[in-house]
Design a protein around this ligand. Structure first.
Ligand SMILES: *[C@@H]1O[C@H](CO)[C@@H](O)[C@H](O)[C@H]1NC(C)=O
Ligand SMILES: *[C@@H]1O[C@H](CO)[C@@H](O)[C@H](O)[C@H]1NC(C)=O
Ligand SMILES: *[C@@H]1O[C@H](CO)[C@@H](O)[C@H](O)[C@H]1NC(C)=O
Ligand SMILES: *[C@@H]1O[C@H](CO)[C@@H](O)[C@H](O)[C@H]1NC(C)=O
Ligand SMILES: *[C@@H]1O[C@H](CO)[C@@H](O)[C@H](O)[C@H]1NC(C)=O
Ligand SMILES: *[C@@H]1O[C@H](CO)[C@@H](O)[C@H](O)[C@H]1NC(C)=O
Ligand SMILES: *[C@@H]1O[C@H](CO)[C@@H](O)[C@H](O)[C@H]1NC(C)=O
Ligand SMILES: *[C@@H]1O[C@H](CO)[C@@H](O)[C@H](O)[C@H]1NC(C)=O
Length: 757
């Protein structure tokens, strides 16, 4: 008995040490670059010996090691003291040692408004594409029983795929099929950094099964099977389908409760690259500001993936402000979010027969009129009116709000809106009207009938409540309104450039639908659904736009299996549009101000055109290294990225000649000439002619102004001369260069900051 007790104590102690850092340890990633060891066991053993040299024993090494990266690159992660981390960093075999950080998923916890099948361009795509394309989704797992993942009509699992279906809680081998061809999960780093999953008080599965909904939503947006007549309680009713319904999914669950640890993500990438995925989709990213490419697990892992021919499509983030875009490395396709032509109106009928237009996702019927009361007029004893107006916990007086519709206001834009309805319900309230300046971009689901109104409607409501002694209202169930204009508009929350790491690379790269997207959901995830269990849900974020772009990449890959990741990026970027459905330049919410390339990069994705882009701007990992050399990266930094010793060309080629499909110059001192190379993809001879939209204050010319191609695969270079005649002093001016042969238009945005003439 005594022995057993000791063992338990020991285990407890280890857990305690790991979780609470009792010995002053943190979770570090030790990255060692490429390796030539024969197999994973060799790598693990070698890692343990290396680790033992700082922990003092092999046993100690095994205890602190969490992940071993053994396939696509070498490394491990472990709980270490800063001293141990430093000692490891000094070892010859070690490239870099960095602390593992948390990356939030990029769903705004409820900005909502549209669905994928309302985008006509998807419906026009050929459906019967033979598709052996595999998309790896690093997210919160999958709900495999969803109809969206049935594998009807799909052939056997592609032979090249080496992934596995890893069983666990409520997940068995039978949960994989010819749609979900692989499923793995990673939680060592999460638990080491946040404590055991059990301490979360939320439902979870130690398996690829999704309890958050997010991963099910993104995976089904990419490659969900066509499912007719789905909706969220009748809202957004229609066909739900992934953008590439014949593609295959490999699920890598590295996110728990909407957080994903660097070290778990890196482990997922190590596996995914080795498993043979074609595309990697990441709807998550670092909290801005993004660390330099040489110190960021996602950038490093993505670089390896790029080298192996895998395109990484990642969300830009939901941080709204300039310079907050994340996942901005030039080897990642960075995705912003925009609306589609659809709104969800939840209107309010006032006792005086006036109708106020509101927005939310409200499936609930309100049988009759109810009394209206402002939160500020319903303060609990001792609570200032200003506090009660925000409808926070314990601020409302139940005797006043019982049976009433309560009118609440926001304290901050980031307020948890869903919680306010919970507090209103706690006091016995039957409905909530929230005054919210971003009402239109916010399609929340509440536990009671609820809706959001803008400032103008708020004035009308307040006037009525002042005039009328016993004001009453009724909140109606949501009506889905289609073909709204203008659309798309860049979402109010979508993170913006310029790129804070390499400002010459315009980021984000493109925008796609990310507002109110209907897709499959985990029925146990009810936090954002007004406590209602649903199998399809409507949510918003760059998390939702990224999988749309991943799907387009998958479609291109199935047409053009030999294309490099850069070629696919180029196809998506150069065919993107900057016009909305009014034929005006795309605006940005909330007030429709003209958007710029720092909002949407090259524009809004146009999948049909992207399959046949005409010309391609290609580049490979050597070009990326050259670019980094010319932007001043040191050999030590480059080694951090590639794991190899890199000698830069001396002098390096100008960073401005990096063959990126968009063109940015963040510090222009007088005239500048830059070069690009395009590759022709088409049949027979053709002539492309350059067209320029001049940025304000800069003359631009292209030489030669015509490119004559005869055969597909032909490459031609051209020069762009910029002659500035006005300083812009820190603010960028925008224009574009478009090559056109009358059929294809190959467009690159220009973003220039002129420091001197
Ligand atoms: C998961 O499995 C357990 C044990 O078999 C079962 O009790 C539980 O209902 C399952 N949960 C779900 C959500 O299926
Ligand atoms: C769609 O489903 C709803 C109920 O879920 C049903 O009332 C309706 O008739 C269905 N529509 C079609 C076109 O099948
Ligand atoms: C390499 O990465 C490590 C870990 O992030 C960082 O501390 C170090 O400064 C980097 N080295 C260079 C030269 O950037
Ligand atoms: C009222 O709100 C202020 C500011 O948020 C806060 O400091 C104060 O504690 C609140 N008072 C009560 C009684 O809730
Ligand atoms: C609201 O306050 C009560 C105690 O007054 C507390 O038990 C509850 O957890 C709070 N709810 C939230 C969501 O903060
Ligand atoms: C548009 O909204 C932005 C952000 O709220 C604000 O800074 C800007 O002044 C507004 N522009 C117009 C024309 O209303
Ligand atoms: C322009 O001048 C600034 C300041 O001297 C310098 O940092 C920058 O590299 C120059 N830009 C180019 C394109 O040469
Ligand atoms: C810019 O172009 C205009 C029109 O071709 C020309 O008149 C002007 O001289 C040019 N400016 C410079 C600085 O080259």
């Amino acid at each position: 008995m005594k022995r057993v007790a000791q063992v338990i104590t020991l285990l407890f102690f280890i857990n305690f040490a790991l979780v609470h850092g009792a010995t002053n340890t943190k979770h570090y990633i030790v990255y060692m670059g490429k390796h030539s060891l024969p197999n994973s066991e060799f790598v693990t053993t070698a890692n343990c010996y290396l680790l033992a040299s700082v922990t003092g024993s092999l046993h100690g090494a095994q205890k602190v090691a969490l992940h071993h990266y053994t396939k696509s690159f070498r490394g491990f992660s472990a709980m270490l003291t800063p001293q141990q981390a430093q000692q490891l960093a000094e070892k010859d075999a070690v490239v870099s040692v960095f602390e593992s950080r948390m990356n939030p998923v990029h769903t705004t916890r409820s900005w909502d408004f549209l669905d994928i099948d309302s985008i006509n361009q998807y419906n026009q795509l050929p459906m019967n594409l033979k598709s052996d394309v595999v998309i790896g989704v690093i997210d919160s797992g999958v709900w495999p029983e969803s109809e969206s993942f049935n594998d009807n009509g799909l052939g056997p699992v592609p032979e090249k795929f080496k992934g596995e279906c890893v069983p666990g809680d409520n997940f068995t081998l039978t949960n994989c099929n010819r749609k979900i061809i692989g499923a793995r999960f990673y939680l060592k780093a999460f638990e080491a950094e946040n404590g055991p999953l059990e301490s979360s008080n939320s439902i979870f599965f130690r398996s690829p099964r999704d309890s958050d909904g997010h991963g099910t939503h993104t995976a089904s947006t990419i490659a969900g099977h066509m499912i007719g007549n789905v909706s969220l309680f009748g809202m957004a009713r229609g066909i739900a389908r992934g953008g590439a319904p014949n593609a295959r999914l490999a699920i890598y669950k590295a996110c728990w409760f909407n957080l994903c640890s660097d070290a778990d993500i890196l482990s997922a990438m190590d596996d995914a690259i080795n498993d043979g995925v074609d595309i990697l989709s990441l709807s998550l990213g670092p909290v801005p500001p993004e660390p330099s490419y040489f110190e960021n697990a996602i950038s490093v892992g993505a670089f390896h993936a790029f080298q192996e021919g895998i395109l990484i499509s990642a969300s830009a983030g939901n941080s709204a402000f300039p310079k907050t875009a994340t996942n901005v490395a030039p080897w990642i396709l960075t995705v912003a979010a925009s609306s589609v032509d659809r709104q969800f109106n939840t209107n309010i009928y006032l006792g005086n027969s006036k109708i106020l237009k509101g927005f939310s996702l409200n499936p609930l019927q309100m049988g009759t009129f109810y009394g209206l009361i402002a939160g500020s007029a319903a303060a609990a004893p001792g609570v200032p009116a200003a506090n009660a107006s925000i409808c926070k916990n314990n601020t409302l007086d139940p005797t006043l709000v019982k049976g009433k519709i309560v009118v609440c206001t926001l304290e901050e834009v980031t307020d948890d809106r869903r919680q306010k309805a919970i507090f209103v319900r706690q006091g016995g309230g039957v409905g909530m009207i929230l005054i919210d300046p971003f009402a239109k971009d916010v399609g929340f689901q509440f536990v009671i009938p609820g809706t959001l109104i803008g400032q103008e409607q708020a004035h009308e409501l307040q006037a009525y409540m002042t005039m009328e002694k016993n004001p009453v209202a009724r909140i109606y169930p949501t009506q889905t309104v289609l073909k709204t204009k203008p659309a798309p508009q860049v979402a109010v929350f979508s993170s913006r450039g310029p790129n804070i790491i390499t400002p010459d690379i315009i980021k984000p790269d493109v925008t796609g639908p990310g507002l109110n997207i209907l897709a499959a959901w985990s029925p146990v995830a009810t936090e954002v659904t007004g406590e209602r269990s649903v199998s399809y849900n409507i949510i918003s974020g760059t998390s939702m736009s990224c999988p749309h772009v991943s799907a387009v990449a998958a479609i291109i890959k199935s047409y053009r299996p030999s294309w490099s990741p850069a070629a696919i990026m180029s196809a998506i970027m150069t065919t993107a549009t900057v016009l909305d459905n009014n034929n005006q330049l795309i605006g940005r919410d909330p007030n429709g101000t003209e958007a710029t390339p720092f909002d949407y990069g090259s524009g809004h994705i146009n999948p049909l055109a992207a399959i046949n882009p005409g010309l391609i701007y290609d580049f490979d990992s050597h070009d990326i290294i050259n670019f980094l050399c010319s932007t001043g990266a040191s050999p030590a930094q480059l080694k951090n990225l590639t794991g190899e010793i890199i000698h830069c060309q001396n002098p390096p080629t100008s960073s401005h000649n990096f063959n990126y499909p968009s063109i940015g110059v963040s510090n222009m001192n007088g005239s500048l000439s830059i070069y690009r190379i395009v590759t022709y993809f088409g049949e027979g001879p053709t002539v492309y002619v350059a067209q320029i939209n001049h940025p304000t204050g800069v003359n631009v010319s292209v030489t030669p102004a015509k490119l004559k191609f005869t055969t597909t695969g032909e490459k031609m270079s051209f020069r762009i001369d910029f002659i500035p005649f006005e300083k812009t002093d820190g603010s960028f001016v925008f224009g574009d260069l478009t090559w056109s042969n009358g059929i294809h238009r190959v467009r690159s945005p220009l973003a220039l900051n002129v420091l001197s003439q």
